[in-house]
Design a protein around this ligand. Structure first.
Ligand code: GDP
Ligand code: MN
Length: 387
């Protein structure tokens, strides 16, 4: 789950990281109020969208008078902002962050991510802030310093210090950067993040260390531990089908292909997508209906797949364990006869009560193609989808 910069900065502030004075606004007038509250200018007006690369796309603007604050904010609000990360359709700007402008001397990069190959969280620090970390990692990887966190989330002082020394930082600035790094690590663990990033972490002309940008992704699987997160959601930024799927308790991620996949189990869902891709076709989504899926779940899942206009064929891949093949088959037949299904359906069904399931599908009189294996099903689906 992504959150906005102003929300991420609030979290950072709560973890002892210094951020510029500022606040969100949804209109030009509100922006003026915020601007007055934080000082006499100049200010920076920042579009709040769930995508990075706003600076280059014109989503970060300066204002030196209150008139300009209003003018710039009104211009951003209601417009769509397309950045390198957002895709061409861009994001609708419904909020801006109004902040005091800071005189930057030097920009660092600091981020905490999960290093999956090591099975640990790792702090990344670089003296080349402001630029995209992906570019830096590719072109000049030696400029990124890495320090692992302890399994309980702590970044020991000596590692924080070692990272700072590697960047040539010293004195008061070094101790401030260290404090920010340790705050970032405690935030990463306590708030169950999958990413916590400050780019740039600015050193100002006065020698202060401030998080000028803040990006936090929260781990959806930890939602139950943080009831307050529901307030951080921005439905404006989410795909409506993903919202609907979540409300039905389905694990669904929309993608841009034509094969609507309905699979039980995350592993099998991933494998199905891999097979589809290897055959040169593209999945329209990831959808895990879960173990023990019942008829009504299948019906809801079908409904969601059919609402995606890109879907040209539905590929059902089920391995019955706890889920029984006959129950699944009845769910498919039920959904296909109730809903207006005008795309072909390919089903591969194995495991518990699979034969009974096949019989139900064949006797339904519906246009359902039953395949014997996952590869056969995927091949058939990609052929049918192209026609
Ligand atoms: P992003 O492009 O979406 O990553 O947005 P950022 O918040 O990182 O803003 C882009 C760039 O604007 C930053 O890398 C900074 O160089 C610059 N910037 C943002 N706020 C300030 C500020 O208060 N003062 C100065 N001088 N530059 C700023
Ligand atoms: Mn940034």
């Amino acid at each position: 789950m992504k959150i906005h910069e102003f929300q991420a900065k609030e979290m950072m502030r709560n973890h002892g990281i210094q951020v510029p004075k500022g606040g969100p606004a949804t209109s030009g007038e509100e922006a003026i109020e915020v601007a007055k509250r934080i000082g006499t200018g100049p200010w920076v007006i920042k579009a709040q969208v769930h995508a990075g690369g706003r600076g280059k796309a014109g989503g970060i603007l300066k204002a030196s008078s209150l008139d300009e604050v209003e003018e710039v904010s009104s211009r951003l609000l209601g417009a769509r902002l397309a950045t390198a990360q957002s895709g061409p359709q861009g994001h609708l700007v419904t909020k801006v962050l109004v902040e005091e402008a800071v005189q930057v001397e030097k920009e660092l990069y600091a981020g905490v991510v999960v290093d999956r190959s090591e099975g640990r969280a790792v702090l990344l620090l670089s003296a080349s802030g402001g630029v995209e970390i992906e570019t830096l990692a590719k072109e000049r990887p030696h400029e990124i310093v890495r320090e692992f966190l302890e399994p309980w989330g702590e970044l020991p002082s000596f590692r924080a210090r070692r990272a700072c020394f590697a960047l040539g930082l010293d004195g008061e600035v070094r101790s401030q950067v260290e404090r920010a790094l340790r705050g970032l690590c405690s935030l990463f663990y306590q708030e169950d993040c999958t990413l916590a990033e400050i780019n740039p972490l600015a050193i100002t002309k006065e020698g202060a260390v401030l998080a000028l940008d803040a990006k936090i992704n929260l781990d959806d699987n930890a939602l139950f531990r943080h009831p307050s997160w529901s307030q951080l959601r921005d439905p404006e930024e989410e795909d409506p089908l993903e919202v609907e799927a979540r409300n039905c308790g389905l694990s669904y991620v929309k993608m841009d292909g034509i094969i609507g996949c309905m699979v039980n189990g995350a592993g099998l869902a991933m494998a199905t997508m891999d097979v589809v891709l290897q055959l040169g076709a593209r999945p329209a989504n990831f959808l895990d209906v879960g173990g023990g899926a019942r008829e009504e779940v299948v019906s809801k899942a079908f409904g969601i797949l059919l609402k995606d206009p890109k879907v040209k064929v539905i590929l059902v891949n089920i391995f019955g364990g706890i889920t029984r093949g006959d129950v699944l088959a009845r769910g498919i037949v039920d959904a296909a006869s109730k809903l207006q299904v005008n795309v072909p359906i390919v089903v591969r069904l194995e495991g518990t009560n699979a034969q009974e399931g096949h019989r139900i599908l064949e006797e339904s009189g519906l246009q359902i193609h039953v395949a014997k294996s996952m590869v056969e099903a995927a091949k058939l689906a990609s052929t049918l989808g192209r026609n």
